[in-house]
Design a protein around this ligand. Sequence first.
Ligand code: NAI
Length: 340
Amino acid sequence: SALRHSPRHVSARRSISRPGVARAAVFKVAVLGAAGGIGQPLSLLIKMSPLVSHLNLYDIANVKGVVADLSHCNTPAQVAGFTGPEELGDGLKGVDLVVIPAGVPRKPGMTRDDLFNINAGIVKSLVEAVADNCPNAWIHIISNPVNSMVPIAAEVLKKKGVYDPKKLFGVTTLDIVRANTFVAEKKGLRLIEVDVPVIGGHAGITILPLLSKTKPACEFTQEEIEKLTDRIQNGGTEVVEAKAGAGSATLSMAYASARFVESSLRALDGDSDVYECTYVQSELTELPYFASRVKLGKKGVEGFATSDLENLSPFEKEGLEKLKPELKASIDKGIAFANK
Ligand code: NAI
């Protein structure tokens, strides 16, 4: 699979390239919002995964063509399409992992929070359907603002009596992908070896790269730290501005999401060496949701890499304190929406 060659956490990479281990395609994955800018390339990348037996694509429009097109790729996953709320339930039956990139993206000048009003309703109704049809599935939320959408999803699942905090994830992988790329470029390192944890949330200053924890260990000047942090925090806006009204990151996002899907499926498949940064229910700080590196196992989040938050640099400590009120406000806004 092409995904096999993608840069990922070093230990995870070791475990997937173990020779002689044949992995059967056994998992059923659904993409909700599959005909969109992220949904299409993401579905293609998931179709290439050797771990996927069934790929269900759902959107409110244009799904048929995407399904016809993708179904001609001679990889194991069987692709099926579902359109409109009346078909959504069928698209979710028996699904192990649901990825949600449904919703509107940013245009220049917009913050992720400007998307709240439209995307909150979309995510709420989609997660209700997940609760009704595949309550044990892992849920990956891509729709923005992720900082609020995950709390909304959690409230919906709680109301339905099926909330498992170990299986609900906000996808922040693109922040890690960007951090790895920008640091490797700046420091002349081999891309595949660089690993920078990114914690907090997924919007502006809530995106906190921990450059002091970069692997392989490297020295940064204060100026480099400030510039890299700013670029990682605003990488999304860099793309929004370059696309000039045609949307936000879709290809790099699809790549990042496919990496997180592949990591999740490997964990579900019993791989005991899978770590990813993601935005989940958390006790690492006083905030109820927080992004950090977690260990993934068969049942979802199996542990938190607590040492990532120890021995932070003064710059990172300050960044952490600064992001807390903003992240808290986004969490509260999501919870209030779900309970209104
Ligand atoms: P897009 O507009 O190209 O695609 C969105 C798709 O969602 C469309 O096909 C649309 O028909 C579909 N959709 C709308 N309402 C729906 C519903 N009720 N049920 C199912 N499908 C529905 O947008 P794009 O570029 O794919 O972005 C999607 C979301 O991902 C945006 O909210 C964007 O902000 C977010 N995003 C998140 C990132 C992250 O790092 N977590 C990075 C980049 C984007």
